[in-house]
Design a protein around this ligand. Structure first.
Ligand code: 26Q
Length: 815
C-alpha cells in the first residue's frame, strides 16, 4: 500500500490500515470476539477521522465568512444510527467494504452493532435529525442544541400482548460519535431569588442570587453533509454538579449527604420524557427545558463576546434561534435576562434583539397538548425568569389594549398568563410574542393555526405567520434504506436526485415503462422479504411476500386511529369467516409504535392488536387471506427496513389532528401508496402524486368540527351491518375469551357521542377505500405505476426543500 502524505486529520494510510490501527492499537484487540462490538467501534473511529478535518475546516469557514448562524433548539434529536449515515455522506462505502474483507465481515453486520441514538419520541425528534442532515448538505451554518439524555426512548417489549417498558441505556458501550468539550462548560442557575441593586452608574439592576447551580458540559457530535466539505455540529448538554455543592452541609459533617446532592443536579439529563403529547407540570421537565435554553444561549453569546467584545449591534443579524415547539421557549425570557442582567442592556434594546432572533415552530393542534407551567412552580425554580415573563406580558397586553380598546375578553384570551385556579404560563403565547416568525408544519396545519388556536395572534401579527411543510432526508430515507431502488433510480435518471430533490420527478417518465416497472417490483419484493424476515424474527409471524403489505407504524394515539385500522382487520377476518372473499386481496397487516407509559387506552390498543393478531394468525381459514403482527420496539432503524418493504401506507388520523406526519413521506419515497384522510401533509402528498394515486377517505377537518354536537356513533353502528358485526366480535369477547372486560374501554370510546376522534364516523368510508385498494393491488401493472409515481413525486418532501424555505423565509429574513 502506498501511503498518502501525512496531513493531520486527513487519512494517512489506506482505510484498511486505519481500521486495523484502530482495532489493534486504539482498542487493543487481536481478534474478533463474535459480537462485532470492537470492529464496529474501530470502523466508527476510522470513519470519524475522515470527518474531523472537514469539521475543523467548516468551523474556520463560518468564522471567516460570518454568515448568520442558526441555532436549532430542541429537546429531542432522534438521530438513529450514525455509521451508515457517515459512510453514505462521505462516499466511503466501497472502501469500507474492502477494508472489512480482512475481517471477513460485511458492512451490514458491523452496522448492526450500533445502538440507535433514540433521543426523541417520534416525529418532532426525527424531524430535527432530518433537518440537521439537510442543513449540512445545503452548507448552512446551523448548530443543533439538545440534551444528552443518559436514557433515551424506552425499549418496548410485548408480554402477553401488553407493552412493557425497559430502559434504553444507549451509552453503556460508549459512543464513538461524541467529543466531550469540557472547556465549553456553562453554569446554569436554579432556585434562589432576584436581588435589586444600583450599578456603578446608579442604574437600577437585577441579579439572581442564592441560586443552586448546575454545570452544563457539552458533547459534540459531527453532522456531515452529503458529499460536500461541510460538517456541522450537534451539541448535547450533560448536567454535572458543581464542586462547591452544598458546602454548608459539607462543613456540618454530612459529607455523604452533600455528595448525594450531586444526584439532584445530574438527574436533569438522566432521562427523556417518553410522552409525545405532554406531561403537564413535572418540575424535572421544566428543569430540562431551562437547562437546555440557558446553556445554549450562554454558549452562543460567549462565542459572540469572544469574537466581538460586548458590542451586540450586529448580534441579531448574525444569529437566529429556531424553537422546536414550545419546549425550549424559556429561551425567550432567558435571552432577555442574559442581555439585561449580564450585559447591561435596557429593556427595549434587549427586547429588540430577542424578537429579531427567535423563531417558533408549532407541531400540534391538540389544545390539550399546549404546554403551560404553573406560576408557583416557575417562581420557585426560575424566579428571575418569572419577573421577566410578567414584564413581557404587561407590555404585550398594553399593545393588545391599544389595538382593541376595551376588549377584555380578548386580553384574557391572549394573555401569556392564564388566570384561573392557580395561574399558569402559556408557553405558546410566550413563544409567539417573543418570536419574529411562527410556523406550522403543513399547509392545513398552518391554516388551522391561523383560523383557530392562534387566530387572535394572527390578527395582530399576520406577517409573523408562515407555513413550512415538513420533509425527510432522501439520504437516509431512500439512498440508505433502499439501496437497490437507489441503484435503479441512478441507472435511470442519474444520481443528482440525492441532493437535488427536483430531479426525482424525472422518474415520472418511467411510470409506463414495463421494463422499469418489472425491476421496480422485483426490488419491492426483495425489500418485502427483508421486512418479512424481521417480522418473523421479532413477532414469530410469517408474512408471505406475495400478499399486500399494509403498514401503520407511528406513536400509538387515539387521534392517529390505529383503532380504525384494527376495526378494518376485524372486518376482513369476519368476511373470510363468512366466506365473503370475492374481490378480497390477501394482506399482511403490520402495526408498530410505542404508547406513552401512562396512556392507558393507547396501551389497550396495543393489547387489542396483539389479541386480534393471535386469533387471526391461528385460524387456518385465514391463512391465505390475512396475517397480522405487532412489531415490538419500533424505532428509526426499524423504519429503515419497514418503509422499503411496504405496499400500503396507513395515514388515517382524524382530519385536523395530525399536524403533518413524516412517516407518510418516508413511505411515499419508497413507493408505498397511501390510504389516508385529508389531514396534515397527506393533503400535499395527494396534490403531488395526483388523486388517482392516493386512496382518500373520511371527513374533512371542517366536517369533523361540523359534526360535533350531533355525532351519534351508536346509530352509525346500528345502521351499518359490517360495523355492527365488528362491534359484536369486539364486545362479545371474541378477542379476549379469558380476559374479561379488558376491551370495554375501547368499545366505550367508539360508542361515545363525544368521541373526539370520530372513529365510527369514518368506518364506512375507510372500508370502501380499503376495498378500492384491494382491487387496485390486483392489477400489478397499474399498481406498479402508482407506486413509481409515488417515488417520482416525493421530491417535494425532501427536507432539503423544507430547509431551503426556512433559510429563505425565516433565517435570511430580518424581522
Ligand atoms: C411535552 C411536555 C412534557 C413532556 C413531553 C412533551 C412532548 C414531547 C414530545 C410533547 C410533544 C412531543 C412530540 C410531538 C411530535 O412529535 N409532534 C409531531 O411532530 C411532527 C413533526 O412536525 C409532525 O409531523 C406530527 O404531525 C406531530 O404529531
Amino acid at each position: 500500500m502506498t501511503k498518502e502524505p501525512n496531513t493531520i486529520g486527513v487519512n494517512r494510510g489506506s482505510l484498511q490500515d486505519e481500521l486495523q490501527n484502530h482495532f489493534e492499537l486504539t482498542l487493543g484487540r487481536d481478534g474478533l470476539d463474535g459480537s462485532h462490538h470492537y470492529l464496529y467501534n474501530a470502523l466508527a473511529l476510522t470513519v470519524r477521522d475522515q470527518l474531523v478535518a472537514k469539521w475543523r475546516q467548516t468551523r474556520a469557514r463560518y468564522k471567516a465568512e460570518k454568515p448568520r448562524r442558526v441555532n436549532y433548539l430542541s429537546l429531542e434529536f432522534l438521530m438513529g444510527r450514525s455509521l451508515n449515515n457517515a459512510v453514505l455522506n462521505l462516499d466511503l462505502e466501497d472502501k469500507v467494504r474492502e477494508a472489512l474483507k480482512q475481517y471477513a465481515c460485511d458492512l451490514e453486520e458491523v452496522e448492526a452493532a450500533e445502538m440507535d441514538a433514540g433521543l426523541g419520541n417520534g416525529g418532532l425528534g426525527r424531524l430535527a435529525a432530518c433537518f440537521l442532515d439537510s442543513c449540512a448538505s445545503l452548507e448552512l451554518p446551523v448548530t443543533g442544541y439538545g440534551i444528552r439524555y443518559q436514557y433515551g426512548m424506552f425499549h418496548q417489549k410485548i408480554k402477553n400482548g401488553y407493552q412493557v417498558e425497559t430502559p434504553d441505556h444507549w451509552l453503556r458501550n460508549g459512543n464513538p460519535w461524541e467529543f466531550e468539550s469540557p472547556e465549553n462548560t456553562r453554569r446554569v442557575q436554579f432556585f434562589g431569588r432576584s436581588e435589586y441593586y444600583k450599578d456603578e452608574k446608579g442604574r437600577q439592576k437585577v441579579r439572581w442570587v442564592d441560586s443552586h447551580d448546575v454545570l452544563a458540559v457539552p458533547y459534540d457530535m459531527p453532522v456531515p453533509g452529503y458529499r460536500n466539505d461541510t460538517v456541522n455540529t450537534l451539541r448535547l448538554w450533560k448536567a454535572e454538579a458543581t464542586d462547591e455543592f452544598d458546602l454548608e452541609e459539607f462543613n456540618a459533617g454530612s459529607y455523604t449527604d452533600a455528595v448525594a446532592e450531586k444526584n439532584q443536579a445530574e438527574q436533569i439529563t438522566m432521562v427523556l420524557y417518553p410522552n409525545d403529547v405532554s406531561e403537564q407540570g413535572k418540575v424535572l421537565r421544566l428543569r430540562q427545558q431551562y437547562f437546555l435554553a440557558s446553556a445554549s444561549l450562554q454558549d452562543v453569546i460567549c462565542r459572540w463576546v469572544n469574537r466581538n467584545g460586548k458590542d451586540f449591534t450586529e448580534f441579531a443579524e448574525q444569529n437566529a434561534f429556531q424553537l422546536n415547539d414550545t419546549h425550549p421557549t424559556v429561551a425567550v425570557p432567558e435571552l432577555m435576562r442574559l442581555l439585561m442582567d449580564e450585559y447591561g442592556f435596557g429593556w427595549e434594546q434587549a427586547w429588540a434583539i430577542t424578537t429579531k432572533t427567535m423563531a417558533y415552530t408549532n407541531h400540534t393542534l391538540l389544545p390539550e397538548a399546549l404546554e403551560t407551567w404553573s406560576v408557583d412552580l416557575f417562581s420557585e425554580l426560575l424566579p428571575r425568569l418569572l419577573d421577566i415573563i410578567y414584564e413581557i406580558n404587561a407590555r404585550f397586553l398594553t399593545e393588545v389594549a391599544e389595538r382593541w380598546p376595551g376588549d377584555y375578553d380578548r386580553q384574557q384570551r391572549m394573555s401569556i398568563i392564564e388566570e384561573g385556579h392557580g395561574r399558569r404560563i402559556r408557553m405558546a403565547h410566550l413563544a409567539i410574542v417573543g418570536s419574529y416568525s411562527v410556523n406550522g408544519v403543513a399547509a392545513l396545519h398552518t391554516d388551522l393555526l391561523k383560523r383557530g388556536l392562534f387566530a387572535d395572534f394572527f390578527q395582530l401579527w399576520p406577517e409573523k405567520f408562515n407555513n413550512k411543510t415538513n420533509g425527510v432526508t432522501p439520504r437516509r430515507w431512500l439512498a440508505h434504506c433502499n439501496p437497490e431502488l437507489k441503484d435503479l433510480i441512478n441507472e435511470s435518471i442519474g444520481d443528482e436526485w440525492v441532493h437535488d430533490h427536483q430531479q426525482l420527478s424525472k422518474l415520472r417518465a418511467f411510470a409506463d415503462d414495463s421494463a422499469f416497472a418489472k425491476k421496480f417490483l422485483t426490488i419491492k419484493t426483495r425489500n418485502k422479504k427483508r421486512l418479512a424476515q424481521m417480522v418473523s424474527e421479532k413477532c414469530d409471524v410469517s408474512f408471505d411476500t406475495s400478499m399486500m403489505f399494509d403498514v401503520q407504524v407511528k406513536r400509538i394515539h387515539e387521534y392517529k386511529r390505529q383503532l380504525l385500522n384494527v376495526l378494518h382487520v376485524i372486518h376482513l377476518y369476519d368476511r373470510v369467516r363468512r366466506g365473503d372473499t370475492e374481490g378480497m386481496q390477501p394482506r399482511c397487516v403490520l402495526f408498530g409504535g410505542k404508547a406513552a407509559p401512562g396512556y392507558a387506552l393507547a396501551k389497550t390498543f396495543i393489547k387489542l392488536i396483539n389479541n386480534v393478531a393471535q386469533v387471526v394468525n391461528r385460524d387456518p381459514q385465514l391463512q391465505d387471506w390475512l396475517k397480522v403482527a405487532f412489531l415490538p420496539d419500533y424505532c428509526v432503524t426499524a423504519m429503515e427496513t419497514i418503509c422499503a418493504g411496504t405496499d400500503l401506507s396507513e395515514q388515517i388520523s382524524t382530519a385536523g389532528k395530525e399536524a403533518s406526519g413524516t412517516g407518510n413521506m418516508k413511505f411515499m419515497m419508497n413507493g408505498a401508496v397511501t390510504i389516508g384522510t385529508l389531514d396534515g401533509a397527506n393533503i400535499e402528498i395527494r396534490e403531488q402524486v395526483g388523486d388517482d394515486n392516493f386512496f382518500l377517505f373520511g371527513l374533512t377537518a371542517d366536517g369533523v368540527e361540523a359534526m360535533k354536537g350531533d355525532y351519534d356513533p351508536n346509530r352509525i353502528i346500528d345502521e351499518d351491518p359490517d360495523l355492527s358485526r365488528v362491534m359484536n366480535l369486539l364486545e362479545g369477547g371474541h378477542f379476549n375469551l379469558f380476559e374479561n372486560g379488558i376491551f370495554d374501554p375501547v368499545s366505550a370510546s367508539i360508542r361515545s357521542a363525544t368521541d373526539p376522534w370520530m372513529t365510527a364516523a369514518d368506518f364506512r368510508s375507510y372500508i370502501e377505500a380499503q376495498q378500492q385498494v384491494a382491487e387496485a393491488y390486483q392489477n400489478k401493472q397499474a399498481w406498479a405505476r402508482m407506486s413509481i409515481l409515488n417515488t417520482a413525486c416525493s421530491g417535494h418532501f425532501s427536507s432539503d426543500r423544507t430547509i431551503s424555505e426556512y433559510r429563505d423565509d425565516i433565517w435570511h429574513k430580518q424581522a
